[in-house]
Design a protein. Sequence first.
Length: 412
Amino acid sequence: PGWIGRTVPDVIERVEVLVSSPSRNYVTLRLTTRDGIVGLGDATVNGRELAVASYLRDHVGPLLIGRDPGRIEDTWQYLYRGVYWRRGPIGMAAIGAVDIALWDILGKRAGQPLYALLGGRVRDRLATYRHAFGWDLPALLEQVDAHREAGFENIRVQAGVPGLDVVYGVTKDNTVYEPAGRAAAPAEEIWDTEAYLRSMPGVIAGVREHVGDAVGLLHDAHHRLTPIQAARLGKALEPVGMYWLEDVTPAEDPEALRLVRQHTTTPLAIGEVFNTIWDCQQLIENRLIDYIRVAVVHAGGISHLRKIFALAEVHGVRAAPHGPSDVSPISLAASIHLGVAVHNFAIQEYMGYPDLVHEAFPHAWHVADGHLQPGDEPGLGVTLNDELHHADDYEPAYLPVARRRDGTLTDW
Ligand code: GCO
Ligand code: MG
């Protein structure tokens, strides 16, 4: 029986915040109701895990006890408006985790997968893209070929830059790439945008030549270019016919993309560091982007993402959420359920996880024929392997910082 219309609704009885480290840090929220239903949420903010864990443990958790888990929107508004100090990555990730967990509970209560509660499927399978990198073109092509052989049709390509020692998204020896380093302080990298602009268009053109026209190629500039540099890169890549060019300029300046837009037809994607619909509004309403990349965890959960995607739908912008390894399999599940139920959802990033992460979060979502499927378990279809989540497994880990050759700190 559902609680709607019941005089005594189910209530949230237990709130647990787990900061675990099954090969990398994750912050997981577990809510348990009086009726014994468990909802899981992801609150991971890469490099700031303990801040969001404290926000949840010390401030949000106590407010959830005794609340009706079915009042998802009211809880969202309560946590958003009720704090007065609204927005920002830590607070919004905490709200996101609660919202994801409440939708999970709703699905389990209903005995339905989340996508069914979101209106049901609008597509049979969800497009995804994988990451390929290589310090040089031959090394990059090896990974591109491996993804194509595994059936993937869209590939993000990142390469090394001559003269630099470290480059975002790439390892020199082509081993597994993980942006955060386990250390007590961030690593420092030297970055040179001009060197990058000299080499990258040629590398990406080389990939296009190798794969032919049918493969979607994506590239992430990681917020490092000035508007005019970004315009130059967009124009240089026009002959390649990119699926998208991501995060060309720093995300807090929407006007920067107007200039880029005026100069190039290369599709633009941005939004992985956005936290609310208000961060997206100007870009979407002015049609300055083609894809909005907000992550379920970092932009206030399923409830808030649906609003962002609805705004985007009106303006012909498509959804393409962030999906690196620092977004946990719980968030990815939420994204995949949205992905099969939201009409203007274009593609889901799937960076993949170390094996231990798959073991730590057993999940019903899966890859089939180079596409993502949510599975049909009730709710999100993710559980926790308790043996791999110990409360105090946190390992200090930080994203790098970048400096220009003259020592000036710049965007990583
Ligand atoms: C992406 C992202 C990530 C980020 C990471 C930072 O497009 O997947 O840019 O690789 O760098 O999420 O924590
Ligand atoms: Mg990115």
